[in-house]
Design a protein around this ligand. Structure first.
Ligand code: PGA
Length: 244
């Protein structure tokens, strides 16, 4: 169960969040819990969660260890401050910063090189769904961003299916719509990496996940977890998602 804070919270707010959140999820043993704050809060978040059952991730990284790349942050730096995860190619990064499938491959490789678990986002836009393109779009994202990985690299990579029309809109995909997309993606994994890799792959659903819809989504066979935006900002609300 991963929370994506996007561009919210200061270090002081990060502290308050974890103070309230940690005891609420201390008994959760059946899932990995991850929070992805903005870069300036990562160090505070790692310190706040030391020795707990919560892992910390970044929302982006640049490939390469260091260099003249103004404004970017490397996997090496994220590893050095204690991050364990990184979100890659969130739809907002695809939309506003032009991230594409070759970037996904470079970023996944960089994440793994520095011991970070990549959470790679894929998902169709509303007009793509309405014009019957969902599987073509997901298939192309898989073929371009994930299929080029080696089986060893893929085995350490988490996929997040996030239909763009469901992000921040309050319009969750119905469990059936989400289940269909997850089944399709798992089928792509099976075709490329084999049945065992497909069974082991973690595919999260993201898009308006809330305490009152998480149980129905998680009941779908191919949904292994959630990537939660808005509902991860409040400690009580995100704890309710984690503890559903
Ligand atoms: P949301 O965002 O839960 O606010 O819809 C999900 C995401 O963008 O990861």
């Amino acid at each position: 169960m991963a929370g994506n804070w996007k561009m919210y919270k200061t270090p002081a707010e990060t502290h308050s969040f974890f103070e309230a959140f940690k005891p609420l999820v201390a008994a959760a043993v059946n899932c990995d819990i991850v929070l992805c704050p903005p870069f300036p809060n990562l160090h505070a978040a790692v310190k706040e969660t030391e020795g707990s059952n919560i892992g910390i991730g970044a929302q982006n990284l640049y490939w390469g260890k260091e260099g003249a790349v103004t404004g970017e942050v490397s996997g090496h730096m994220l590893q050095a401050i204690g991050c364990q995860y990184v979100i890659i190619a969130h739809s907002e990064r695809r939309q506003y910063f032009g991230e594409n499938e070759p970037d996904v491959v470079r970023k996944v490789e960089a994440a793994l090189q520095y011991g970070l678990t990549p959470i790679v986002c894929v998902g169709e836009r509303l007009e793509e769904r309405e014009s019957g393109q969902t599987e073509a779009v997901l298939g192309a994202m898989f073929d371009g961003g994930l299929a080029p990985l080696t089986p060893e690299q893929f085995a350490k990579t988490v996929i997040a299916y996030e239909p763009v029309w469901a992000i921040g809109t309050g319009k969750t995909a119905t469990p059936q719509i989400a289940a269909d997309a997850h089944r399709f993606l798992r089928g792509k994994v099976a075709e490329k990496f084999g049945a065992e890799a497909a069974a082991a792959a973690r595919i999260l659903y993201g898009g308006s996940v809330k305490p009152d819809n998480v149980a129905h989504l998680m009941a779908q066979e191919d949904i292994d977890g959630a990537l939660v935006g808005g509902a991860s900002l409040d400690p009580k609300v995100f704890a309710a998602v984690v503890n559903y």
